[in-house]
Design a binder for this molecule. Structure first.
Ligand code: CA
Length: 521
């Protein structure tokens, strides 16, 4: 595939507007990239996890049955803004300049991004929904985004004309706006690319008016590691601040408000009278029951986990409905045959594994993101792929899908051959990770590392200088650091060598860190 990319690059812009060789006929495909925020693969029924089975996602599962489901899509830096910057640029954080959510200069929109390249190649482009990169979007014919994290109820949107507030639930508003834009794009006759970015199911997991009661009486299975004591691992796992037991707030996170005045802390005061009435009808009895119960200790943790899941999964139900609605829309408007639909989250999320919520760590639940792609006539329906792919590959893949040459300075690789069921022999066997946001909310220490199919080596470098090694085959839940286990000496040496090679390959060496780190402080 690399040769093909080089060839296309050599042909320059003339090649850039040629149809992809894989396409039947001259028509270039439309591309819809749907991205939710903090959607764990454990919460998608197509992934077969116990949570997904109780809270099914039939809309998203349609993409899996129409196309390909990826079981090992890894992110390069498990946090919102940085993931979005990687998707746009196909470059690691230290090169696209956006390494952290907080204390970070806005995304430099003057740099090369895949939407800009598509635009130059004749595509109509748009982004609707969450943006979270500080600066105004560039490379889009149309953009309408949430300021910062955005709100669930009656949110503000920003577009070229400034800010305005809309009445409704954010997931439904983003869906309506997206369908309306697609309708206009179809009429233009040009191929289109839409980034449809949901805010949901981000904290504080506020369910929509139509899903308020969906899971309120459902009991979800607890993860085996809900009461993890972090023995067998280093300081990073012990010293984080993202546990359900200590970090998760009874009022703001679980909506068990003793003082309804606090609803303003999470934007719930934005609800109008009718929305508030429905909300209170659902939550008031839950609140009453909770404070009467006097739960403490492990029982309180168990209860918090259930409330967390009930709200989180209700938020996902609205996203899932949106996906179903979009697929129906494409079909009834004759767009389904020539439109690629991609579903991903910005990163993974902990649903109580290790006692946690949130993300950031290179442990599997937050390192892996769901990825499902349907591409009629190209991707075999119902296929499953376990190659190591990455959000670093998304820009390259989308350009390749559109038949546009991939710039040589992008650091990922087009997944198009993988999607065709022909993974190249030299496809990556290891993946490089780097997280920077510390000290910061949730106190996850800075680390970089390498993951192969079986092993993971992490270096919590700057703050504590500790190494950790995990064997995913013998220890899939990542409970035991075997870095100092003599029986892993050979594996450890091999991983160190491969990690150093990756750091050189991606230009993220100790030397470059010295100049980059002060810039992201
Ligand atoms: Ca996120």
């Amino acid at each position: 595939m690399r040769a093909n990319i080089t060839l296309l690059a050599a042909l320059g812009t003339a090649a850039a507007i040629q149809p992809a060789i894989s396409q039947k006929g001259p028509q270039r495909p439309n591309i819809i990239y749907i991205m939710s925020d903090d959607h764990a693969y454990q919460a998608i029924s197509a992934y077969g996890h116990q949570i997904g089975r109780i809270a099914p996602t039939p809309g998203i599962d349609r993409i899996a049955s129409n196309g390909m489901r990826f079981t090992r899509c890894l992110v390069t830096n498990s946090i919102s803004g940085p993931c979005r910057a990687v998707v746009l640029t196909g470059k690691y954080s230290h090169l696209n300049g956006f390494a952290k959510n907080e204390g970070q200069a806005p995304f430099d929109g003057s740099q090369q991004t895949f939407p800009k390249i598509l635009q130059a190649a004749g595509y109509t482009t748009a982004i609707i929904g969450k943006w979270h990169l500080g600066s105004d979007p560039t490379g889009f014919d149309h953009w309408e985004v949430l300021p910062g994290q955005g709100h669930y109820y009656n949110p503000e949107f920003i577009d070229r004309n400034g800010r305005h507030t809309e009445n409704g639930y954010v997931t439904e508003l983003i869906t309506d706006k997206s369908l309306k834009w697609i309708s206009g794009a179809k009429a233009s006759g040009k191929p289109f690319m839409l980034m449809m970015h949901h805010k949901a199911p981000h904290r504080e997991w506020q369910p929509g008016p139509r899903e308020l009661t969906l899971y309120k009486d459902v009991k979800f299975p607890e993860p085996a590691t809900l009461f993890d004591d972090y023995s067998g691992r280093g300081r990073a796992a012990r010293e984080q601040d993202m546990t359900i037991s200590k970090t998760m707030r009874i009022e703001e996170d679980l909506k068990l408000y003793k003082d309804k005045g606090k609803m303003k802390n999470t934007g719930l005061n934005r609800m109008d009278a009718g929305q508030m009435e429905e909300w209170n009808k659902t939550y008031d009895p839950i609140i009453r029951e909770f404070y009467e119960s006097g739960l403490t200790g492990d029982e309180l943790v168990r209860y918090k986990y259930q409330r967390y899941m009930q709200d989180y999964l209700a938020c996902i139900a609205a996203v899932d409905k949106s996906v179903g609605q979009l697929l129906d829309y494409l079909r009834s408007n004759g767009l389904d045959k020539n439109t690629i639909v991609i579903y991903a989250s910005d990163q993974g999320f902990y649903l109580g594994e290790h006692g946690w919520f949130d993300k950031r760590f290179m442990f599997e639940e937050s390192y892996r993101t769901p990825l499902l792609i349907q591409w009629p006539g190209v991707v075999k329906a119902g296929s499953v792929n376990s190659d190591i792919v990455s959000n670093l590959d998304f820009a390259e893949t989308i350009l390749d899908m559109a038949g546009v040459s991939v710039p040589a300075d992008m650091q990922g690789r087009s997944m198009v051959p993988v999607l065709k069921g022909k993974t190249p022999a030299d496809w990556r066997k290891e993946h490089y990770y780097h997280y920077y946001e510390y000290p910061a909310v949730h106190s996850v220490k800075r680390h970089y590392g390498i993951s192969t199919e079986r092993y993971k080596l992490m270096h919590f470098y700057y703050d504590i200088d500790e190494w950790e090694l995990y064997d995913l085959k013998t220890d899939p839940m990542e409970m035991k650091n075997v870095y100092n286990d003599p029986s892993y000496a050979t594996v450890r040496k091999d991983l160190h060598e491969r990690l150093e090679k990756l750091r050189v390959q991606f230009r993220d060496t100790d030397e470059s860190l010295k100049s980059f780190l002060p810039a992201v402080k």
